[in-house]
Write a protein that binds this ligand. Structure first.
Ligand SMILES: Cc1cc2nc3c(=O)[nH]c(=O)nc-3n(C[C@H](O)[C@H](O)[C@H](O)COP(=O)(O)OP(=O)(O)OC[C@H]3O[C@@H](n4cnc5c(N)ncnc54)[C@H](O)[C@@H]3O)c2cc1C
Length: 367
């Protein structure tokens, strides 16, 4: 039997496992074939493309502390703050906006905890996926990929995966998207809707655009009736995203991929075709919190069986740093639970995998 089963291998689950690793035995069960959850980076030729988050903020210490602890200081990069402004499209014209604007704050804050003003944005030279990869490397064979949890016996704490793998744990930490957790817990809460984001990356030679794009991006209010809702001027925000002499844009879409290019052409009238046009889709549970959200979370926590914990973006903060913080707090609670239940810290990790009840071949299902 393992001390802790961690369900989900996004930033929350991976960080919790990392914080626990010298204290308790654990396994992380991740449905997809790679660690990191919504954090995904791809390299397309010389262009670095983020599917989900493109940065985190240094205003809250938890994310940065973890990155430094992992030895990633040489990989960290800061946003180019001399170009920090954001344009807003008003009646078809680009207006430079201020941080007092809520939409601008949200754009700059990128879904980080509301009400917190943004500070410097940090990322990694080789993209955000550097971070979950570094965590995964620390966990080795205790991170089990391609293992989608389909059932949990909360009394016995027996976890069953689609593949047939079954493990028993003394405690369980759920770090899944809200809908997946709610299904397993057989509760209708939290009711955070699953949504899809689509974006298209476009790259042009600098000489093709008259506008220098000297800001982090452009917000397009719904009243403008456009098919793109925002543009990040990626090459103005961070270095290491595209070669010198090129401009890289990320358009967030409501329509088809092909609409992105048409809209950019109408807005900026580039003199040549893009040298890169690459569309990406990401499905995720959209954590928009209701006014009484935190009271609801407290109630949910109180209703969970002993030794079952929840952490991650559906609960107490959406930004990556908030997720790392929740992972740290969950670890402390797990250690306390273990002490109270006479579980000896330093589980015998080397023999842990022998305790897997039914071994199974990994499936190739994606998360
Ligand atoms: C498009 C987008 C942009 C964002 N931008 C930023 C940003 O710029 N800065 C910032 O700080 N934050 C940003 N965020 C928020 C932040 O990235 C997330 O809140 C955070 O990464 C969530 O981590 P998590 O581990 O809690 O959840 P997730 O990343 O969702 O991980 C959950 C994991 O559980 C797995 N899973 C699901 N079901 C099962 C199952 N049944 N069994 C086993 N595993 C399962 C999934 O495959 C996934 O790997 C953004 C989020 C999104 C979606």
């Amino acid at each position: 039997m393992t001390d802790v089963a961690i369900l989900g291998g996004g930033m929350t689950g991976l960080s919790a496992a990392y914080f626990l690793r010298h204290q308790l035995s654990y396994l992380v069960l991740e449905a997809s074939s790679q660690a990191g959850g919504v954090i995904q980076t791809t390299q397309t030729g010389p262009f670095l493309l983020e599917h989900g988050p493109d940065c985190f903020m240094n205003q809250q210490p938890w994310g940065l502390e973890l990155a430094l602890e992992l030895g990633l200081q040489d990989q960290l990069i800061e946003s180019k703050d001399y170009q920090r402004g954001v344009y807003v499209l008003r009646h078809g014209q680009l207006e430079l906006s201020t941080h007092e604007d809520k939409a601008v704050n949200e754009f700059l804050g990128h879904r980080a905890r509301s009400g917190v003003n943004s500070n410097t944005f940090l990322s990694f030279k080789n993209g955000m996926q550097t971070w979950p990869r570094a965590l995964a490397a620390q966990l080795g064979d205790r991170l089990l990929l391609n293992q989608r949890v389909c059932h949990v016996d909360w009394e016995q704490k027996i976890i069953t995966c689609d593949s047939g793998l079954q493990i028993q744990a003394r405690a369980i930490l759920l770090t899944l998207p809200a809908d997946a957790s709610a299904r397993l817990l057989n509760t209708s809460w939290p009711q955070l809707k699953t949504t899809q984001t689509a974006c298209v990356y476009l790259a042009y030679p600098e000489s093709a655009l008259e506008n220098r794009l000297d800001a982090f991006g452009l917000i397009i209010p719904a009243s403008e009736n456009r098919k793109i809702s925002a543009l990040t001027f990626v090459s103005s925000k961070f270095d290491h995203r595209c070669p010198e002499g090129f401009i890289l844009l990320r358009a967030f879409l409501k329509g088809d991929f092909s609409d992105a290019r048409k809209e950019v052409e109408q807005l900026f009238r580039p003199k040549s075709a893009p040298i890169l046009e690459h569309g990406l889709r990401l499905t995720y549970a959209d954590p928009k919190y209701a006014p009484d959200h935190f009271e609801q979370v407290t109630q949910l926590e109180q209703s969970l069986p002993a030794g079952v914990l929840i952490a991650g973006s559906p609960y107490r903060g959406v930004g990556i740093s908030d997720c790392v913080h929740q992972a740290r707090q969950a670890t402390e609670k797990l250690l306390k639970f273990s002490r109270l239940n006479g579980i000896r810290p330093h589980g015998n990790i080397s023999t842990l995998l022998d305790h897997v009840k039914v071994s199974a071949q990994p499936s190739d299902r994606q998360g």
